[in-house]
Design a protein. Structure first.
Length: 314
């Protein structure tokens, strides 16, 4: 009886192992194609999707410790610099730190971990991390980004993906001005100048200057207010709230706004809706957002019992 039980358990274990092997999915893409896809997503500024592809690559492909370290660091940089998700960034920086980083990368990881902890308001942990590892100057950090290298600052690479990201942060109305190669080159020079000045200011201790700290606080207030306003305007006047018919009605009520006029201001021609539909849609949404802004502001002022004594302003 005991022998039968042992045999039975052996079969159960064997079936479990085989079943586990059967459930392990084979990678759907070759490793090179997988990395290429992640790079393409990054360069198209689809940062969440790029991180997901890199994470899938890390989990399901046979990688050396060196490559696991490199990919973990790359994922962490996406979370930190592009998505501002400091918890996930910290997790991947820590993973890279305890895999197989070289000495230069180890120092860079120590600095990045400290920055994550500070942004997560974990100052005690940040101080402990500083005590445990020395940090290199920012310009000495090895950085790996998808895309062609366009410039170098010391050992730091600035790639096509970095340039595209910085351009995407410009206001929409300014972005068309930076489409030509010459305009992009000038923007890149200005970006590098800003980075160099920033690093020089840090070395001079200006990150603790009272005026800088006060300015940073005011900037934070402004960004928080802007973020809240964008979210509330989206809720009240997002694209999903209107249809093409709403835009067409706006055009009918404002036809003269789109009229072609002669030098004396006389109307020569009113283009049909189809011809100016994109401009009409932009104007329509801008008006709706402005109206939403006024409603939000009025609600807040009413809720907080705001009173402005205009007669006393001289």
């Amino acid at each position: 009886m005991r022998g039968k039980l042992v045999i039975g358990l052996s079969w159960i274990i064997l079936l479990a192992v085989l079943g586990g092997c059967a459930r392990t999915p084979e990678p759907s893409l070759p490793a090179e194609k997988k990395r290429e896809l992640a790079n393409v997503l990054y360069n198209q500024q689809l940062y969440k999707q790029a991180a997901a592809e890199y994470e899938d690559y890390l989990r399901h492909y046979p990688l050396s410790l060196e490559e696991q370290t490199h990919i973990s660091y790359q994922i962490a940089n996406i979370y930190f610099e592009r998505l501002q998700d400091y918890e996930n960034a910290l997790a991947y920086y820590l993973r890279a730190k305890y895999l197989k980083p070289n000495e230069q990368l180890k120092s860079a990881l120590g600095k990045k971990i400290v920055e994550c902890l500070e942004r997560l308001h974990r100052s005690t942990d940040a101080r402990q991390e500083i005590a445990q590892s020395a940090a290199l100057d920012e310009s000495q950090k090895p950085k790996s980004r998808p895309g062609e290298v366009l410039a170098r600052i010391g050992e730091r690479n600035i790639t096509t993906g970095d340039l595209q990201y910085q351009l995407s942060k410009l206001p929409e109305y300014l972005q068309p001005q930076f489409q030509s190669p010459e305009a992009k080159k000038e923007f890149l020079r200005q970006y590098i100048a800003q980075e160099l000045l920033y690093e020089s200011a840090k070395r001079a201790g200006l990150d603790n200057d009272p005026e800088v700290l006060a300015g940073a606080f005011e900037a934070k207030k402004s960004l928080m207010a802007e973020k809240l306003l964008q979210e509330q305007i989206k809720q009240e006047a997002g694209l999903d709230k209107y249809t093409n018919d709403d835009v067409a009605l706006y055009y009918k009520a404002n036809k003269e706004k789109y009229a072609e006029k002669d030098k004396d201001g006389n109307i020569k021609r009113i283009p049909p809706f189809e011809e100016v539909a994109q401009q009409v849609a932009r104007d329509f949404m801008q008006e709706k957002k402005q109206q939403a802004y006024q409603r939000i502001l009025e609600r807040l002022m009413t809720a907080e019992h705001v009173v402005i004594y205009e007669d006393k302003i001289k």
